[in-house]
Design a protein around this ligand. Structure first.
Ligand code: HEM
Ligand code: HEM
Length: 331
């Protein structure tokens, strides 16, 4: 394979792996699995290109006039290797790295860290990304389709022979179902676990304030699965108050519900999802512990963990649509 074609294939697969990773994070259950198959194929495809890319890299590095910041390309390679290793470890069943840290966190962390290096690598080099018409015509030949098919088959073969531990469609491992204290205390990114004194706490619902004691007096419940993007899931019996009961029927102008944490973390939901949302004060019959959202956390069935706002401080209706927010929290 020519150097340019190898580099363009790397660019395509890297972008595909990165994008499908985030799409899988946004989805729940089987739709997530569908995307993750493409994700895994892209990742294995990157690995299959190593022999061709090594030739390009060795040629460039052995020239008398080496690229000035050649080490940054090696950082890119190292970061990609770290991400791949932790991706494979996760899928093979080694989901824990120690403490509350998971292989998935390292997998995604390394992928995010190499982003600037990848952008620099492509932008600082004379790479023509647009295909010429003649190149496109050459691409549409039977021979290149056969080659593409063989490449796809090799990636699929790789996926079949790699160890795959039993896990949920989203890739998560079951951990602490019906034993809330055994769930890891994962945060989305940098949220510290706040200590909230229940007698000093009240929840702001529109213009009203509701004390913890009043919230703890409700016993609406739901049994559902918390599927964390850190790579684990747990089913619990959550108990508290249905949000619809606290808010009442939403006025016609309301398009979304904003649920905010004492840490400033927030998520915006479509107003139509109101009947499904619960503000939980207990899991498995016991009050939540601080890492899992004491005094009050949101339970959002059918949504990944980053929607389940912990340490809820306020709930308010808003006229803005629910998509008016970054697709993933930035905090
Ligand atoms: C997937 C991760 C990639 C890794 C680990 C990687 C690594 C490297 C390394 C180590 C070199 C030699 C040192 C240097 O020139 O800085 C290199 C050269 C190069 N890479 Fe990459 N690269 C990757 C992806 C890409 C992509 C996506 C493109 C463009 C679309 C690209 C285009 C180039 C070019 C044009 C050269 C210079 C070749 C030469 O001067 O002969 N690389 N790459
Ligand atoms: C540099 C970019 C990335 C590459 C090359 C990559 C590659 C891979 C590979 C090879 C696997 C193992 C697949 C298997 O053996 O079944 C994997 C797993 C996974 N990756 Fe990535 N990944 C990247 C970035 C991301 C990002 C940014 C996310 C999420 C935001 C993500 C989410 C996942 C998930 C959830 C799994 C587990 C899939 C499962 O359990 O079947 N990845 N990735």
């Amino acid at each position: 394979m020519g150097g340019r074609r190898t580099n363009l294939a790397l660019l395509f697969l890297l972008a595909l792996a990165f994008l499908t990773g985030w799409v899988a994070f946004a989805l729940f259950g089987w739709p997530s699995r569908l995307v993750l198959v493409v994700h895994a194929l892209a990742g294995i495809g990157l690995l299959l290109l190593v022999p061709w890319k090594s030739l390009i890299a060795r040629r460039a590095l052995s020239r008398r006039r080496r690229p000035r910041v050649w080490w940054a390309s090696l950082v890119l390679g190292l970061g990609l290797a770290i991400s791949l290793v932790f991706g494979f470890l996760h899928s093979a069943g080694r989901w824990s790295v120690g403490g509350d840290l998971t292989a998935m966190e390292f997998h995604v962390g390394a992928a995010v860290c190499i982003l600037p290096f990848a952008a620099w690598h492509v932008l600082a080099r004379p790479v023509r990304v647009r295909l010429r018409r003649a190149e496109l015509a050459a691409f549409l030949t039977r021979r290149s389709f056969l080659r593409l098919g063989a490449f796809g088959a090799a990636a699929a073969g790789g996926l079949l022979v790699l160890p795959q531990a039993r896990r949920s469609p989203s890739g998560s491992y079951e951990l602490g179902s019906f034993t809330p204290s055994e769930m890891p205390g994962t945060q989305w990114m940098f949220d510290p676990v706040p200590v909230v004194a229940p007698d000093a706490y009240s929840l702001s619902v529109g213009a009203r304030r509701v004390a913890y004691e009043e919230l703890a007096g409700f016993s609406d419940g739901v049994r559902c699965q918390l599927d964390c993007t850190g790579g684990w899931y747990a089913t619990q019996d959550w108990e508290g108050v249905n949000l619809a009961r606290l808010l009442g029927p939403p006025p016609a102008w309301a398009a979304s519900i904003v649920v905010r944490s004492v840490t400033g973390y927030s998520r915006r939901f479509p107003v139509g999802s109101l009947p499904a949302l619960l503000l939980a004060v207990r899991a498995g019959g016991a009050p939540l512990d601080p890492a899992h959202g004491f005094p009050v956390r949101l339970v959002a069935p059918g949504r990944r963990g980053f929607w389940w706002v912990k340490w809820v401080s306020s709930v308010e209706l808003d006229a803005l649509p629910d998509w008016w927010q970054p697709p993933f929290p930035l905090q």
